[in-house]
Ligand binder design. Sequence first.
Ligand SMILES: [Mg+2]
Length: 428
Amino acid sequence: MVFEQGSRALLLTRVIAGAAAAAGANAAGGAWPLRPLATPWWAGCRAYSSASAPPSPVLHNPRGVPAFAFDIDGVLIRGRDVLPPALQAMQLLCRGGRWRYPVVFLTNGGGVTEARKAQELSAWLDVVLSHTPFRALVPRLRTRPVLVVGRRDTPAVAASYGFQKVLTTHDLAAAHPDALPFGAAAPPSGWKQRPAAAPCPVRDLGWGSDAAPIAAALVFCDPAGDSWYQDLQLLADVATSHGVPMRSRPAPGSSPTEFHFSNPDLLWANEHPRPRFGQGAFAAALSALHERLAGGPLPAAKFYGKPNPEPYRLCERLLLQQAAALGLAPAEAADAGSTGEASDCGSSAAAARVFSGGIYAVGDNPAADVRGANSAGPPWVSVLVRTGVFQGPGANSASDPAHVVVHDALAAVQAALHGAPASKSRAA
Ligand SMILES: [Mg+2]
């Protein structure tokens, strides 16, 4: 299926809406409660698993509650195309327009607010974007200048999180046109432009000066193709000057500018037959330039997104809230991991108790999806599909072997649900 160009969220909306409508048309009863499944989860998986897949990190309770965390690109959609098995997979997970199991969508994409993404997808859909963990930086950086990089609604997303001094490379380029002798990139269409009468944050307010150095660079999503030169040049200036890009060297005693990358993926899959560069490629290029310029790696650089732990902890919290709302877990379970930093393990213990049937992380990228789920530990189960980045050779990824390897999202759900359609395992 091919839908309108340019809106991945719209495509996924149609996957979910279509699945919900199809499931609802055949639904005979309510979505809950679940009937306990009669056979162990791994009995269904075994037929799909490769011989080289590692053992499951935990023997899941065959009567336990399962949950799902789906990657999007390469699993549910590919470029502008909806993958047909994804539609069937969603049909297994929906009844009467509602999820039958706790489900989140865990993507290393971004550039819009979580609220807008959820609105685009569905009011009952939980989404964890690559930059969602940036919210935890706000208390420390709220009133300090931060340089944000990315496409779509990136500056508005940063402002919505609570950052009060949001600067873009387009602001720097406008204030210092000589910094880009080969030309500046045009701001993305749709960006809310600063009013003509508004003060220039660089020239008039002094953001990025000795008095107010840029405290952090936040890469929300992959830069636009025509702004790589601009962003690499200006971020290198910021890194080598400790946040004062007009300086030729850092001020004595100054602190390095922090660099936060929301997505470490070197590659991702669209409709092109070969994987394309992702934000990880941009970070690698910037780091290589910094190495040549300053003789060392980027200081104070941190990566978020899969396979790092923060998004998995956030997913656990969302899944626990869903389980409580659906009557699958006591209300206290939703509160168990609801406080503290994103990297805290409070949610993991609660998730292991509630989701004894496993949390199935379905993804196409071994270096992100599989590595992240394997590192997240029980009750996470990594499920690798072949519809995106991973297409072999071999029965499993050699570098990041998954617990389960299947062809597509439908096979993943069937394996997780013991190889039988969920509708047949439920009470009417
Ligand atoms: Mg993917």
